[in-house]
Design a protein around this ligand. Sequence first.
Ligand code: SF4
Length: 343
Amino acid sequence: MIGTNKATETLLKVENLKKYFPVKKGLVIQRHVGDVKAVDGVSFEIYPGETLGMVGESGCGKSTLGRTILRLLEPTQGKVIFQGQSLTELSREEMRKIRSQMQMIFQDPLASLNPRMKVRDIIGEPILIHEVLNRVEREKRVSKLLNIVGLSPNHGERYPHEFSGGQRQRLGIARALAVNPKLIICDEPISALDVSLQAQIINLLEDLQAEFNLTYLFIAHDLAMVKHLSNRVAVMYLGKLVELTSSEELYLHPRHPYTIALLSAIPLPYPNQKKGRIILKGDAPSSVNPPSGCRFHTRCPEMQDICKVMDPELIDIGNKHFVACHLHTDEKKKVGNSVTNHQ
Ligand code: SF4
């Protein structure tokens, strides 16, 4: 487990963040007919040195959430506060300066590395943009970064297509580290890699976190992937958080029916071990017109009448274990926590 040196102060605070994409119809005159509610009122905090895993099916909004936090996409509503500073109120220039402390590693390293640039220039580019070092110092730093991620300084003279998938992801990590960030948003960085390469990249991320006291928001589509890496895990469904707690608590005592179904899909290490897999009905509904009440009610094996009409709030059911499900509203009364304070 990494990132156990969790401090009590907050590095990043996300408050009621929303990102809607307008849906338009009409060939000549385009009418606004609705919105894709990719992120719809998400709140959480990340502490220095920890890894928060963010898990959910494809299309649940987790990658959009990562990009909206960094303002690569402009938020529709809500706040992102980084080290006490509200990012949503910064100008482009102010945002450019602060982005050196917040970097992103992308799922597809080849698509995120300019094929016409040498590796040395790709990794040196963020240093140049943020004017951190002069040319000689920059060259030295690029060579050091290549060493840190397990490559040779000679690799700097090559182009991205000359590398394997795992090596390209190492380049993506080196570029993210170039300007000494505090927070790295890892957007499914190992999903496109073979299993053996996945382990190597996870180990590298762990080592770098310990060495540079990095904080990660680690986005992935299955719980098995984030289990080893995360201190806490948040589960997302159709643009909303449905459960958030420590990694250990989530795997031992999952409460939300969606989390329980996701966990039941993790393969067991021994073939003769048996567990009941929960198969969810159908595909996730569209986020253009999400179901009324609890968004999960159309697929939930525990659905009750109230679930169709009332959207459950994310509440603390004890020990910072947050769940959005009507099955657990009584536990909230027992704990007596605020409805909205779920960090
Ligand atoms: Fe299922 Fe109802 Fe809980 Fe939603 S609120 S997860 S539909 S039991």
